[in-house]
Design a protein around this ligand. Structure first.
Ligand code: GMT
Length: 374
């Protein structure tokens, strides 16, 4: 197949999933065309069967706001003909799904099919705002196929947009479990003495990630178990987080590492991963941690309970329940036998339920189903 993938190229789950999906499809012999304003950051070398098409936005004094969405729609339409696209796969509804729809309408005789993958915030935080609601609903309804990254997001999308169950399919996120596996760092990382436990959190530091809870959970664990906190990523709440760390006198215990390309090395030295989000449609980062044998303490919100099995691969608690999350973290870190079991269970679940092989099969089957539809 010739597949166009439209995605955000920057750090962030939706772009990561789109890029990894493209890489896997290319390995299976499909021709994959990424369409965005810059190459996705995980596309860091030459890959056979993968092409990148840059969307250039014309500037003109009249344009106060550069019309990216129109340039994107035009680029997709161009590629439908030039590259004979069979599928346009839009990751993140806004604006990608609508741009794909416009391109399909422009090339109405092409037979190209549009599939939209909903990632969560495109529906729960952005798409249902009044400024976007109508066009989000329209572009979703107009897609030939829709997927959601968890059953919970599937149900929420059905409720918000009045969809039918058949119209939207859950296809979980995935990881390449041969790349995401516990690896010894080439040199011991200076961040740790090797004595203390390493607790890690990775996110875009937005409100929804609940960074103050990450720090407060760590502070409580650290009172009982000598540990360090690695905070990886960057975003609007970083400053507030630094202030809280200073207020709690934890500056020598908490490392702000900023955005990191190679998280496998950092997860490999981690003992526990914290994800106390207020809302989370899936939590890709949780399976990245689990694949590196790191149990996860998380909130039982959104799609997280479909990813982390409470009491088996980690522990779950109500969002905001810092005490329970900290107590469960302490219990796990202080009990070697239990810890070993959880970390093995975590890897096992990542490999058996969220491996690229399994999930990419599901996407591929869906593409063929849509192409064979009358
Ligand atoms: O986590 C974010 O806020 C970024 C966002 C994105 O679009 O990159 O993540 C969403 O999509 C990821 C990939 O499907 C999911 O793993 C995240 O759970 C989801 N984030 C939220 O629902 C808050």
């Amino acid at each position: 197949m010739n597949i166009g993938i439209v995605c955000y190229p920057t750090y962030g789950g939706s772009g990561v999933v789109a890029t990894e999906l493209g890489k896997q499809l290319a390995k299976r012999g499909h021709k994959v065309h990424f369409i965005s304003y810059e190459p996705p950051f995980r596309l860091d070398q030459y890959y056979e069967n993968i092409y990148f098409h840059e969307v250039e936005v014309p500037s003109y004094p009249l344009f106060k706001f550069p019309p990216y969405s129109l340039a994107l729609a035009n680029k997709i339409a161009e590629l439908v003909t030039e590259e004979d696209l069979d599928i346009i796969h839009a990751h993140y509804a806004i604006p990608h799904s609508l741009c794909a729809y416009i391109a399909k309408e422009v090339k109405e005789d092409s037979g190209v099919k549009v599939i939209t993958t909903l990632h969560g915030t495109d529906i729960t935080l952005v798409g249902n705002q009044s400024s976007f609601e109508n066009i989000t609903r329209f572009s979703i309804e107009s897609s030939d196929g829709i997927t959601a990254v968890s059953n919970q997001l599937q149900q929420e999308s059905i409720e918000i947009f009045d969809l039918t169950e058949e119209k939207i399919r859950t296809i979980y996120n995935f990881i390449d479990t041969r790349e995401h596996m516990k690896t010894e760092p080439e040199e011991p990382l200076k961040l740790t003495s090797g004595e203390e436990k390493i607790i890690t959190h990775i996110s875009n530091f937005r409100d929804v990630k609940n960074i103050p809870d990450v720090i407060n959970i760590f502070a409580a664990i650290n009172k009982e178990v000598d540990s360090k906190l690695l905070l990886i990523g960057d975003g609007p709440n970083r400053h507030e987080a630094k202030e809280l760390v200073a207020k709690l006198n934890l500056e020598d215990k908490v490392h702000f590492l900023g955005k990191q390309d190679n998280i496998v090395e950092l997860l490999s030295i981690s003992d526990l991963f914290l994800l106390p989000s207020k809302k989370e449609s899936f939590g890709l980062v949780a399976i990245e941690a689990m694949a590196c044998e790191v149990p996860v303490i998380a909130s039982n919100t959104g799609g997280i309970p479909e990813v982390i099995i409470d009491g088996v691969t980690g522990f779950l608690a109500e969002p905001g329940n810092v005490k329970e999350m900290a107590d469960k973290g302490i219990r796990l870190l202080q009990n070697e036998e239990m810890y070993y079991e959880f970390s093995q269970n975590a890897r096992h679940r990542a490999v058996t339920r969220f491996s690229a092989e399994r999930i990419v099969d599901e996407y591929e089957e869906y593409y063929y189903e849509l192409l064979n539809e009358e």
